[in-house]
Write a protein that binds this ligand. Structure first.
Ligand code: SF4
Ligand SMILES: [Zn+2]
Length: 284
């Protein structure tokens, strides 16, 4: 199945309203056109660039957000690529400068955390910060949804890592759209590439000549994820898909579970599962 068809089917599955005048997967045209505004988390990489390209092509109302983590030359190159991509696609770009907003670049902020919590991996810290920033900025920009470029390989890795760590519950609500959380301060996140393999996206982004940085982030030193990735890459795509399917089945079985309780962080006011959010716990 073509990559574009897979993405259209995913958008249909998560009931992302088809933009006005655009044919749906079944070919019918939406004439009412409830427009949702979607913020794409652009990293400079192929996955988020492909997400932006397709949502724009399908007629959605999208804007981009680049979080400038100030990881030296790498961040500079990514910003350049994102600016070019947005110019080519005609997308409004917002840039969040972590130095200006948080007082320091990611490497400095992260080493501060690791002085106290040495075991925490680079990407775990960076990921918490980015999610916090994304939700806050998306709310400020009054968008209905956030779209990220997570693909089939990323998701299968995360599910398997959670199983191997003995915390499969962490993946029970994994899927192409956030589940179990509904709160006025929480902006739902969608993953249009959830069922698309990494190698397909790489090929697609090259075919379409998207403005992308193909080098890996120099801070991506999560050796555990690398090990899991290497193992999963020895399996056929069908097996990766099955890992995700199993988790989706578990979620359906647990559907009657209460929705996750949302509190507001006592420090920053952001939605959180506890009285202090993960970001503030890391930074204090
Ligand atoms: S690879 Fe890790 S450290 Fe680099 S930007 Fe992504 S989450 Fe952050
Ligand atoms: Zn907080």
């Amino acid at each position: 199945m073509k990559l574009e068809t897979k993405v259209r089917q995913t958008l249909k599955k998560i009931k992302l309203s088809t933009p006005k005048g655009v044919p749906s997967v079944r070919g019918d045209i939406n004439t009412k056109g409830k427009k949702e505004k979607i913020l794409i988390a652009l990293s400079g990489g192929k996955d988020s660039a492909t997400t932006a390209y397709l949502l724009k092509k399908f007629g959605y109302d999208i804007e981009g957000l680049y979080i400038d983590l100030k990881i030296g030359k790498y961040s500079e190159k990514c910003l350049e690529a994102v600016k070019k991509l947005c110019k080519n696609l005609g997308i409004k770009l917002h840039v969040y400068d972590i130095e200006k907003e948080r007082g320091a670049g990611m490497c400095y902020l992260r080493s501060g955390v690791q002085e106290k919590k040495a075991k925490l991996r680079n990407c775990a810290i960076c990921g918490v910060l980015k999610k916090w920033i994304l939700n806050r900025e998306a709310r400020k920009l009054k968008v209905n949804k956030i779209a990220t470029g997570h693909n089939l390989d990323d998701e299968a890795q995360t599910c398997l890592m959670n199983v191997l760590k003995g915390s499969p519950k962490l993946s029970f609500s994994s899927g192409p759209v956030t589940k179990n959380i509904s709160d006025r301060k929480f902006i739902p996140r969608i993953k249009p590439l959830f069922y698309v393999a990494e190698k397909e996206i790489r090929k697609f982004s090259k075919q379409k000549k998207l403005s992308v940085v193909y080098n890996k982030c120099p801070c991506a030193l999560d050796s555990y994820r690398i090990q899991v990735r290497k193992f999963l890459n020895t399996l056929p795509e069908k097996d990766k898909r099955n890992i995700l399917k199993n988790f989706e089945k578990i979620f359906v079985k647990n559907k009657k579970r209460r929705k996750d309780k949302v509190e507001y962080c006592e420090i920053c006011g952001e939605p959180s599962r506890n009285n202090i959010c993960k970001m503030c716990k890391l930074m204090r």
